[in-house]
Design a protein around this ligand. Structure first.
Ligand SMILES: NC(=O)c1ccc[n+]([C@@H]2O[C@H](COP(=O)([O-])OP(=O)(O)OC[C@H]3O[C@@H](n4cnc5c(N)ncnc54)[C@H](OP(=O)(O)O)[C@@H]3O)[C@@H](O)[C@H]2O)c1
Length: 247
């Protein structure tokens, strides 16, 4: 008889880029709760700098500062771990008030949301191959529709979905699965502009058939599935987790 599936991540090491906040933080804490050793990257100098910030629970996580748009720094990074089973790329940024229509801002968002994914994939490929590990990219439901006022966010997320497919194909024969999560609307620092404005928030919820926003923990559930043996034959896919918003 085959063994039952296990979600126990004992002995596994994960790195969650963007694990200092919101969705990435919930993913990091879910992996930790399932006994993985979890490293996270964020932009602040020290873990203590996140004290008191909602959605940034760094308890039990190993924190390192990294600006992922500094590709030289990513390349030069000396990991404090010698094995890597799960790489999650949840870094993300957005600029409002039509800033993304100007090329410097457009480039800034694309650097963080798209090009850094490739830079980090290159950096950690060899370690993932050694463990037959897996990579998970957090893109967005915004990959699949126009996003008024945010051309860079839209283009970077559509690019991230494409990159998941192509890296999955490139790494399949090396034993590494690559998948993505496309969240719909989840209250985090990134979406505070909408969530904290009653009118905008009600309008956003009215477009979601399930009648509510998602939670970071629900995105972590999808990440747990993709990282686990339950998804051992799944690669190149991006799971849309949007409460039915795009239906
Ligand atoms: N919330 C949603 O509704 C939603 C919907 C669709 C997709 N997403 C995607 O989900 C991912 C996580 O976003 P979130 O909602 O959880 O927002 P968040 O709480 O603001 O988290 C964003 C994370 O990215 C990190 N980050 C930003 N710029 C970075 C840089 N230059 N270098 C390194 N790290 C950087 C942040 O670090 P600091 O903590 O230091 O700022 C933080 O850890 C993003 O890719 C976002 O586009 C979110």
């Amino acid at each position: 008889m085959s063994k039952p599936f296990s979600l126990d991540l004992s002995g596994r090491t994960a790195l969650v880029i963007g694990g200092s906040g919101g969705i990435g933080n919930a993913i990091a804490q879910a992996f930790r709760a399932h006994r993985a050793t979890v490293h996270v990257w964020g932009t602040k100098e020290r873990a203590a700098d996140y004290a008191g910030i909602a959605g940034s629970d760094l308890d039990g996580l190993h924190y390192q500062q990294m600006d992922v748009s500094d590709f030289g720094a990513v390349e030069a990074y000396q990991p404090p771990f010698d094995r890597l089973d799960i790489l999650v790329q949840s870094q993300g940024s957005v600029l409002y008030r039509r800033q993304e229509f100007a090329i410097p801002s457009f480039r800034q968002v694309v650097d963080v949301n798209l090009i850094s994914i490739m830079a980090c994939a290159n950096k950690f490929e060899a370690l993932l191959v050694e463990t037959s590990g897996t990579m998970i990219v957090v893109s967005s439901s915004a990959a699949y529709h126009a996003t008024r006022g945010n051309p860079a966010y839209n283009a970077s997320k559509a690019g991230a979905v494409g990159l998941v497919r192509t890296l999955a194909q490139a790494w399949a024969d090396k034993g590494v699965r690559v998948n993505g999560i496309a969240p719909g609307f989840v209250p985090t620092r990134l979406t505070a502009v909408t969530v904290e404005d009653t009118k905008r928030s009600e309008a956003a919820v009215s477009r979601i058939p399930m009648g509510r926003f998602g939670t970071p923990e629900e995105m972590a559930g999808v990440a747990m599935f993709l990282a686990s043996p339950l998804a051992s034959y799944v690669t190149g896919q991006t799971v849309l987790a949007d409460g039915g918003m795009l239906l």
